[in-house]
Ligand binder design. Structure first.
Ligand SMILES: NC(=O)c1ccc[n+]([C@@H]2O[C@H](COP(=O)([O-])OP(=O)(O)OC[C@H]3O[C@@H](n4cnc5c(N)ncnc54)[C@H](O)[C@@H]3O)[C@@H](O)[C@H]2O)c1
Length: 251
């Protein structure tokens, strides 16, 4: 899809991969709504790109319904959804300080998996009601998983489960939405230099970057955003996961 003039929603757009994706989509001419739990960060990015910035907890049905309706009123129906909102707290299942609380597991699933599904369902409903474009295409949904979905480390049980869930729901969604001309894709990044990683001590960063065969460094948010834009533009990409990891396989 040529995104020019079409409405796009980016969750987690106040920082890192979401912010870069919002900038790339706006650069290509999309009308971008930036959603983030941090409303100030969303507003800052939106101001930079001439978009709409809204505070929204992706895990809340009501908040997301309101935000999608506001985006639609401002920009027309959502044609592109990029799910980037996410959290990655690390915790052992049975640690020195006791057993992981069920609430801790649930919180990660709520934000990363249920949050992605929440926006997917609302955006898909918007797209379904929009006019068909070339090839019958109505919209595209890109969610962010992680290589941890299949190579989770100790402490990542909740995170890995949430990211595997994002991959799991992709194909049923792509199949269901095929007749509507809505594509569903997933990107599974390895290590990308966002505040999440760049706030770690230099030694930890160096050790992590050393695991990436080539290029021997963290990925850049712009490289993720470039892939998101390509997925939006390339209609043959549907129902698949693309790793963005410089050949890294976590131990
Ligand atoms: N950076 C990496 O190396 C990497 C690797 C694999 C996967 N990912 C995934 O990419 C996505 C983006 O990560 P990032 O590195 O840009 O992190 P980030 O922390 O820079 O950005 C995440 C954004 O999501 C927002 N957010 C958190 N909870 C939210 C909620 N309930 N509702 C709405 N917004 C919420 C945060 O406020 C933040 O602005 C995450 O899902 C993360 O798991 C990142």
């Amino acid at each position: 899809m040529d995104v020019r003039g079409h409405g796009a929603i980016v969750t987690g757009g106040g920082s890192g991969l979401g912010a870069a994706s919002a900038r790339a989509l706006a650069g290509a001419g999309a009308k971008v709504c930036v959603l983030d739990l941090n409303g100030e960060a969303a507003a800052t990015v939106a101001k930079d790109i001439g978009g709409l910035g809204l505070a929204c907890d992706v895990a809340s049905a009501e908040a997301a319904e309101t935000a999608v309706a506001q985006a639609s009123a401002a920009h027309g129906p959502c044609r592109v959804l990029v799910n980037c909102a996410g959290i990655a707290p690390a915790k052992r299942i049975v640690g020195r300080k006791g057993t992981m609380a069920l609430d801790d597991f649930e919180t990660v699933i709520r934000v990363n998996l249920i949050g992605s599904f929440n926006l997917l369902r609302l955006a898909a409903a918007e797209m379904a009601g929009a006019e068909a474009l070339e090839d019958g295409e109505r919209g595209v949904i890109v969610s962010t998983s992680s290589v941890a979905a299949v190579e989770g480390q100790i402490g990542q049980a909740a995170y890995a489960a949430s990211k595997a869930g994002i991959i799991g729901m992709m194909l049923p969604a792509a199949r269901e939405f095929a007749k509507l001309g809505i594509r569903v894709m997933t990107v599974a990044p390895g290590l990308i230099g966002t505040p999440l990683l760049l706030n770690m001590p230099q030694e930890v960063q160096d050790n992590l970057a050393a695991q990436v065969p080539f290029p021997h460094r963290f990925g850049k948010p712009e490289e993720f955003a470039g892939l998101v834009l390509h997925i939006a533009e390339n209609r043959m990409l549907n129902g698949d996961v693309i790793r963005l990891d410089g050949a890294m396989r976590m131990q």
